[in-house]
Design a protein around this ligand. Structure first.
Ligand SMILES: Nc1ncnc2c1ncn2[C@@H]1O[C@H](COP(=O)(O)OP(=O)(O)O)[C@@H](O)[C@H]1O
Ligand SMILES: [Mg+2]
Length: 345
């Protein structure tokens, strides 16, 4: 069947590492097969190759040498009958995990939703926008040795995103690391033109990712405003605790104000974290959330588990460290729910 006749969506695979190409394609073949699709690929020995029955997703592998830093980049392309022959404009979903309260599992959720999306075959970039650099450290990146960080992303016009991206131990997941210097970015931003839009500028245009996930600091400042202006979608991780409710009016008030700068911002829902189902307090809190914020759906809840902290020690995702745990299952459900809520085809 000619490529032009394949139903959408289609993926194009491009690679700058010709030696590693067949290995990448093989792993991708397995991932696509798991999703019920198949890989249209000119190379022999690739799983799922040429299978045409019951396919949901279709792919085209193109060995295009690139100068980009990642060995493999997978692009979701716009629907177009000629997509098989062209690398059309990629559409990245930019999602922020945001709550000005600390300890609500923003970082844990960014990492593990990212890992779950990568496991589903998506290409994901996580961006650590907290000067404490917890996400960076949780992915095993040495903060002291980074060559560039989100500090540079926000303050240096000449450092593009691709320059600052590093690989992680999670296949399909790249990172823009943080650095303690980010704490002073706020002072530098004050004197910059369009200071609220620095991150949005850097994330605009064609990005070689399906998802860009932003991890936020526990504050409401110019850094947080940059996140809210750059994101298209917002997930609010929240711990079922009465104190967690107290910060919400301020958060929604900020969102109302930010909408003047970013009309596209959409709240995808509360993500209840560290949930102890049997606790009465938890049930009451979740009911209160639904009652007070009916327009903000509840995403699948993540149970309380010591695995969260253990995975950080392992410098990897919970999905890798404890793949069959209820927390890993919950993050897979959250990723699936977010994919279903996708509004852009
Ligand atoms: N599901 C969970 N169960 C128990 N502890 C968790 C869970 N998720 C995260 N944690 C722990 O909660 C603490 C705060 O999580 P973190 O992701 O750093 O929050 P934030 O980024 O919002 O400050 C960390 O010690 C983390 O290991
Ligand atoms: Mg954090």
């Amino acid at each position: 069947m000619p490529y032009a006749m394949y139903p959408m969506p289609a993926y194009a695979v491009v690679c700058d590492d010709v030696k590693g190409f067949s290995g990448h394609i093989q792993r991708l073949g397995y991932a696509i097969q798991n999703m019920g699709g198949y890989l249209r690929c000119p190379f022999p020995g690739v799983p799922g190759r040429e299978r045409s029955q019951g396919a949901l997703h279709h792919s085209l592998a193109v060995p295009v040498p690139l100068t980009a830093p990642q060995p493999l980049r997978m692009m979701r392309t716009m629907s177009s009958p000629s997509v098989g022959h062209s690398l059309a404009q990629p559409v990245a979903r930019i999602l922020a995990f945001f709550n000005q309260k600390g300890g609500t599992a923003k970082t844990t959720s960014t990492l593990n939703v990212g890992a779950a999306l990568a496991e589903r075959g998506r290409s994901v970039l996580v961006v650590d926008l907290d000067p404490q650099a917890s996400l960076t450290m949780a992915l095993g990146v040495n903060v002291a040795a980074v060559q560039g960080s989100t500090y540079d992303l926000l303050t240096d016009e000449d450092r593009p995103l691709a320059d600052l991206t590093v690989p992680t131990p999670v296949f399909g997941l790249s990172l823009v690391p943080s650095h303690p210097d980010l704490a002073v970015a706020e002072l530098e931003l004050i004197n910059m033109l369009e200071r609220e839009r620095q991150l949005a500028h850097k994330l605009s245009g064609a990005l070689p990712y399906d998802y860009v996930l932003l991890d936020s600091p526990p504050s409401l400042n110019i850094l947080s405003i940059n996140i809210l202006v750059a994101a298209r979608e917002l997930v609010i991780p929240i711990e079922p605790h009465p104190l967690a409710l107290l910060v919400l009016p301020r958060l929604f008030d900020t969102l109302r104000k930010v909408r003047r700068l970013n009309q596209d911002l959409q709240v995808m829902g509360f993500l209840p974290t560290k949930v102890q189902r049997q606790a009465r307090l938890t049930q009451d809190m979740l009911a209160t959330l639904e009652q007070r914020y009916p327009a903000c759906p509840l995403l699948p809840a993540v149970p309380w588990s010591v695995k969260g902290a253990e995975a950080v020690v392992e410098r990897n995702s919970i999905l890798h460290y404890s793949s069959r745990s209820p927390v890993a299952a919950a993050y897979r459900e959250v990723a699936a729910a977010l994919e279903q809520q996708e509004s852009v085809p």
